[in-house]
Structure formats: structure tokens, C-alpha cells
Design a protein around this ligand. Structure first.
Ligand code: 8YV
Length: 335
């Protein structure tokens, strides 16, 4: 009997491809290290005859693609954020969607904290100065930055990753934690984290270091724009590890240039892998290419979880019919 066919649309660990190969006929055009920037047409052509596809935060899976790929039954993402996938359209067509939460929480929180600290303490700026041979003498004011310990951490988006960042700030760095989220946490969790819910404007005003971890959606587009930036303290930092588009990058670049904000740390960008060219000219921003979850064990765990979801959602393996992190499990009941 022929095996069901799947497409792995992004590069992935050889071991994960081998595991998928035990149950599927696997089309893996990226292998373990070739990235493909899929056009809609190329992806549609490649998906013909496929019942499953493994993706990450790209490519885009929308209603037009689903209509052109009638065999598709499962979309398994190795990312936690799934704004590239039209979940409602998938559900309407009976296509199961899964993402990869939890396995990346601590690694991503570590990175968010590192980026925030790098911005506050001017670490990349300092390294550039040194590498360029411009370190000529000790000076009391050489690259002095902002303190992190004992300051106020503002968390915008208090989901799993936001809470992990709050824990680091409160327990490790003695920070006062304020947060804003659509829904308030239980009082017991607020107490554990030592975190206080505030309105969004108050968060902007109070934070010495703002970390943004809110999922992207139409509702969170430019959640932090010129008006919000204008509320922030001139000595504050802003770190975005959420998604490009949650922050208005042009407004942020202007605020950084005019020193209305001390510094920023950005791992995600509007239009990535491109980015606003103004950001590249500013010394007071630390820029990284969407790598917050990129530790080897975590990236492996994300890919393994996507594989587990794909296998189970297609009725195979030990978890057949029970994909562990399905976003629309209701579609399985209708099959
Ligand atoms: C991924 C992420 O590495 O999980 C997410 O939502 O943003 C990252 O952890 C990235 O999406 C892979 O494309």
C-alpha cells in the first residue's frame, strides 16, 4: 500500500525527516538547510497529492491555497505563533492545524531577556566599538547604559512566554513587574510572579524595560505605534520578540533617532527578512534575525512536536487521532 504523501516546506533536522519517512512519503525540497521563499503558485504545485504539510511562521496558508489543494488534511507548524495560517479557513475545510507551544517557552524567554539586557547595557554597540579599534582609553562615561536590576519590567502580552520573562525579572533581577494583557491573570499567578496588571498606556508610562510578547493579529497590528512610544520614558528600552507588525517599526526608528527612547532590542520585523533600513543606521538598537527560540534542543523539540502532530492527525503512530497540540481539534470529530 502506498504511504500518504506530505510536504516539509522548510528545512528541518535530518532525524525528524527520517522519522517522518518511516510513515510517509516525504517531499522535503529544503532538506536540512535550504530555505525556500515559497510563492503561492510554487507551494500549490508542490502540495498536489499531499495530505499534510509541515510549516513554520511561513509560508502563508490561506483559503485560496486550501481551495487549490483539496487533498490537504493537516497543517503542522513548528512555531507557536500561527498568524501565517488562516485557522478559520482551515477549520471550515476540515483541515487540522497544530502549532508548537510550551517547548520553546523558556528558551524564548531567555533570549528576550538577553536582548533586553543587550539593549539596556549597550552590548553590541560596545562590541562594534572595540572591533573597530575605537577603544582608546578608559572613561567613566564610556558606553554607560541603563540598569536592569531593580528597575520596572513591563510585559505586553502575558501568555506563557510573557510569564517566563516576568519570572526572570522578578526572581532573578529584583524587578518590579507590570503587565498588560487582554485578560488578567488569576490573582494567585499574579502573586507568584509579583506582577501587577495595568492599562496599556500605564504600562508604557511605567516600564523602564518593555518586552513585547503578544501574538500578531489584525487587532495587535501596530499595538505599539507613535502614540504609545510617546508615553514611554526617554531612558526606557523596548524589546520585541513577538512578531513584526505588532510594533510600528518606522515610528520606533524615529523615537530611537530622536532619543525619545533609550534603546531597543528587535528579533522580529515588519516585512522580515527585510527590515526598515532606518533601523540599520541606529547605534541604539540591537538587531537579531528572528532567533529567539533558536537553541539546538528547542528547535529540535519544536520540529519533533510538529512531526508528532502530523503523524497523529493523519491517524498514524501511537497517538493516532490525538495530535497533542491541535488548534482546531474539533475537525477530527467530523472525520
Ligand atoms: C520560530 C517563532 O522559530 O514559534 C514562533 O512563533 O516565532 C519562532 O520560535 C519561527 O517562527 C520559525 O519560523
Amino acid at each position: 500500500m502506498s504511504r500518504p504523501r506530505i510536504l516539509v516546506a522548510m528545512p528541518v533536522f535530518d532525524e525528524v525527516l527520517a522519522r517522518l519517512g518511516e510513515v510517509f512519503e516525504v517531499d522535503a525540497p529544503c532538506g536540512s538547510d535550504d530555505y525556500i521563499e515559497w510563492t503561492h503558485e510554487a507551494l500549490v504545485a508542490r502540495l498536489q497529492g499531499c495530505v499534510g504539510v509541515a510549516v513554520a511562521s511561513s509560508p502563508r496558508i490561506d483559503a485560496a491555497l486550501l481551495a487549490a489543494c483539496p487533498d490537504l488534511r493537516v497543517v503542522a507548524s513548528m512555531a507557536v505563533g500561527y498568524n501565517n495560517i488562516d485557522l478559520a479557513a482551515c477549520t471550515a475545510r476540515g483541515v487540522l492545524v497544530s502549532n508548537a507551544p510550551d517547548v520553546l517557552t523558556e528558551t524564548t524567554a531567555d533570549f528576550g531577556f538577553a536582548l533586553m539586557m543587550a539593549a539596556a547595557r549597550r552590548i553590541t554597540e560596545a562590541e562594534h566599538l572595540l572591533r573597530a579599534g575605537r577603544w582608546t582609553h578608559w572613561a567613566y562615561n564610556l558606553l554607560s547604559g541603563a540598569d536592569v536590576h531593580g528597575s520596572t519590567l513591563g510585559v505586553l502580552g502575558m501568555g506563557r512566554i510573557g510569564q517566563a520573562i516576568a519570572r526572570r525579572g522578578a526572581l532573578g533581577f529584583g524587578m518590579k513587574v507590570v503587565y498588560h494583557n487582554r485578560s488578567r491573570l488569576d490573582a494567585s499567578i499574579e502573586q507568584q510572579l509579583g506582577a501587577r496588571w495595568v492599562g496599556k498606556d500605564e504600562l508604557m508610562r511605567e516600564a523602564d524595560h518593555l518586552v513585547i510578547v503578544v501574538p500578531y493579529s489584525a487587532a495587535s497590528h501596530h499595538l505599539v505605534g507613535a502614540a504609545e512610544l510617546a508615553l514611554m520614558k526617554p531612558g526606557a528600552t523596548l524589546t520585541n520578540i513577538a512578531r513584526g507588525g505588532v510594533v510600528d517599526d518606522a515610528a520606533l526608528a524615529l523615537a530611537l533617532r530622536e532619543r525619545r527612547l533609550f534603546a531597543a532590542g528587535l528579533d522580529v520585523f515588519e516585512g522580515e527578512p527585510g527590515l526598515n533600513p532606518d533601523l540599520l543606521t541606529l547605534p541604539n538598537v540591537v538587531l537579531t534575525p528572528h532567533i529567539a527560540s533558536a537553541s539546538v534542543p528547542t528547535r529540535r523539540a519544536m520540529a519533533e512536536l510538529a512531526a508528532t502532530n502530523l503523524i497523529a492527525a493523519l491517524g498514524l503512530g501511537p497517538d493516532a487521532g490525538r495530535p497533542p497540540t491541535a488548534l482546531n481539534p474539533e475537525v477530527l470529530a467530523l472525520r
